[in-house]
Design a protein around this ligand. Structure first.
Ligand SMILES: Nc1ccn([C@@H]2O[C@H](COP(=O)(O)OP(=O)(O)OP(=O)(O)O)[C@@H](O)[C@H]2O)c(=O)n1
Length: 422
């Protein structure tokens, strides 16, 4: 069919690659996400080309190519500095392990290639030279109806690649679509295949879902279909109301991965478990640590009556850099759970920000006395007493940052030493 898509969205190097393959007599199309986005009138992120040309033919057709995944039919063409992925039309053999096909067969026909793809909205092909849109499975209709539907049998598509159920939920959350009923019903039946998927890939989809404008809906769908229980049982098995509030808090927070994860977990798990979850889902260590610290301190409503020294102690444990994120998490939680307390908490946020702006000494390296100064003042060499003395001084300046001068700390140290030496 002739489609009215916006060819101006397609970068020139991509059009040149398509034109060259066509010139050599091959069938050639844009496929996958870029066609979906063009039909939705959204500017595509990347452009995948599919062709009837065999990988060797693609390699011969261009000056600069990288054999990226030649056994799967993918060649990267470097055209005017742009990397364009060109994949030979293919069908796949049986999926023995739910992760990758046991064999790949190259095909001459685009419809064969489209029929192995996951969802109807991702199974369209477009040739910009003659404006031909190939849409054998009703992708346009489903885009209009806001529906995620598997190509053919959902059970088969999900059994071929265990990640697909999670992709279905992610697309629904990101695009604001719903799952067609057979597609949705096939998820619980294929959880065994989903269990085999590497947790890095699961995490990538979880993050996209959680960062979407409909994170609440996406998380609910993950819970209802049984997917969440496989990789995040702590949330899946939480009491229904607690889980609902956690989802609402996550969606109500800024689109920052640490913040959304912490808002989701803060009322369901403790710091140690939050860190375990982060590491289990293969987040970078630093992200897992940040989520754990945010979870530990998220209940800021418990601090509204605290005096400044207690707040400074909390900031010392948290680290100043995380304060803006902590405020985001606390605000999202309280807005979801007790909206009438938001203004009371805002006053605490202002106090915390003012304390942070004063740049108080929060760690031993910010003390006006170094370890060497402490040893000289006490007349000792390296020994456990230096650690004790440092803790005493730290405690003093957290109570009153005004004490953090070399003179004052020396005097206090000598007094402390005289007291403790007795
Ligand atoms: N498990 C998968 C992954 C991908 N695909 C197909 O490969 C295309 C490209 O996949 P990918 O780049 O992962 O996703 P996009 O659809 O481009 O979307 P996004 O970039 O938003 O992830 C998809 O459109 C779909 O046709 C599939 O059938 N099954």
């Amino acid at each position: 069919m002739i489609a009215n898509l916006h060819n101006a969205d397609i970068p020139k190097p991509v059009l040149d690659v398509i034109a060259r393959l066509r010139e050599l007599g091959h069938a050639v199309y844009l496929v996958g996400g870029c066609v979906r986005d063009m039909v939705r009138k959204v500017h595509p992120k990347d452009f995948d080309v599919a062709t009837s040309a065999l990988p060797e033919e693609v390699q011969r057709a261009f000056r600069k190519v990288i054999p990226t995944g030649i056994q799967h039919g993918t060649v990267t063409v470097v055209q005017a500095g742009m990397h364009v992925e060109v994949t030979t039309f293919r069908s796949e053999g049986d999926y023995l392990d739910g992760r990758r096909p046991s064999s790949v067969a190259f095909e001459r026909d685009i419809v064969k290639d489209l029929s192995r793809r996951d969802f109807t909205i991702n199974a369209m092909a477009y040739n910009p030279l003659d404006r031909e849109l190939v849409d054998p499975f009703g992708g346009q209709t489903d885009l209009q109806a806001h529906v995620i539907r598997c190509v053919g049998s959902a059970q088969e598509r999900f059994s071929e690649d265990g990640l697909r159920p999670l992709r279905a939920v992610r697309f629904a959350a990101v695009l604001g679509f719903t799952l067609e009923s057979a597609t949705r019903d096939a998820i619980p039946a294929t959880l065994g295949v989903f269990r085999k998927v590497a947790l890095e890939r699961v995490r990538e989809e979880l993050v996209k879902t959680l960062m979407s404008p409909r994170a609440t809906f996406g998380m609910e769908l993950l819970a209802d279909t049984g997917l969440l229980d496989v990789f995040l049982p702590e949330v899946a098995r939480a009491n229904a109301e607690a889980a609902r509030l956690a989802r609402t808090a996550a969606q109500g927070s800024p689109v920052i991965v640490e913040v959304r994860m912490a808002a989701l977990l803060a009322d369901l798990v403790d710091r140690t478990r939050a860190r375990e979850i982060g590491l289990r889902l293969k987040f970078p260590n630093k992200t897992a640590d940040h989520v754990a610290l945010l979870v530990e301190h998220a209940k800021l409503e418990e601090h509204v009556a605290d005096a400044d020294p207690a707040l400074r102690r909390m900031l010392a444990k948290l680290g100043l850099a995380l304060l803006p994120h902590l405020i985001d998490v606390a605000r999202a939680r309280i807005s979801a759970r007790a909206p009438d307390r938001v203004s009371e908490l805002e006053a605490l946020f202002d106090r915390l920000e003012a304390l942070a702006d004063a740049k108080p000494p929060l760690s031993a390296k910010e003390l006006a006395l170094t370890g060497g100064d402490i040893m000289a003042t006490l007349g000792v060499g390296p020994s456990p007493i230096v650690g004790e003395a440092t803790r005493f001084l730290m405690d003093s300046v957290l109570d009153d940052p005004g004490l953090n001068t070399a003179e004052t700390l020396k005097t206090r140290l000598q007094e402390w030493h005289a007291r403790t030496a007795k």
